[in-house]
Design a protein around this ligand. Sequence first.
Ligand SMILES: Nc1ncnc2c1ncn2[C@@H]1O[C@H](COP(=O)(O)OP(=O)(O)OP(=O)(O)O)[C@@H](O)[C@H]1O
Length: 247
Amino acid sequence: MLRLQNISKVYEGAAEEVIALESVDAEVAQGEFISIIGPSGCGKSTLLDIISGVQLPTGGTLSYQGEDIAGKVGVAAYMPQSDVLFPWRTIINNVILPLELSGIPKKEAMERAGELLEKFGLAGFKDSYPFMLSGGMRQRANFLRTYLTGKKLLLLDEPFGRLDAITRMELQEWLLHICSAEKLTVLLITHDVDEAIFMSDRIYALSKRPGKVVANRQVMADRPRDRQFFLTREFLHLKEELLMHLK
Ligand SMILES: Nc1ncnc2c1ncn2[C@@H]1O[C@H](COP(=O)(O)OP(=O)(O)OP(=O)(O)O)[C@@H](O)[C@H]1O
């Protein structure tokens, strides 16, 4: 579905250039859940920016279903690290934004989004403002807005980074359920090796900057996975190996 070949990115700064990515090769098949892990500053967000089209690579090729997509915005839906709900809009008015922008009449957009609120754990909060919701609910609303773009490829940049451990666990399981039910293809950035192994079909580990792929590992465990998976030999071996790469 998505292929990155020899991707590099150099930022020409005022003082000195920064080589963010070097010779990154990666492939994503339809329906795969892939995590990208790597030390802080190794170029993970840059990679998602390049796939989403908001940054151009300085070298290499990038294709989606065989078509060159370098610099092309709108192929994938991108959920950034920060909470990007507009504080002055109610939850329903926040989540319908991609529908409104694509020209769908507001009434129809409201109906379509309204039907999904329960599935996204937001029933009863349609007319609330973002500050009235918990962190986990705000992330679900951010995710619903991303989902309503209708894109089948989702780029998620540390979606659980700011949540407490319990909410994080709940959202991981919830997200896996939605992604498999809706047959979504996901590229997830995370700092958390446990999270990457628990959620993914495959994991790319990047080296410290300039980011290069140092591991591409399949997670063989069946789905749905439960938390007992954390106690298995396979999980512990993979975790040890990935942590070694990150060091
Ligand atoms: N617009 C920019 N101009 C210049 N340098 C940049 C720009 N964006 C990112 N960088 C640099 O590129 C490198 C990679 O940044 P990036 O944000 O992609 O890393 P990251 O792995 O996502 O980091 P983190 O895990 O801390 O979020 C960093 O050294 C960063 O300072």
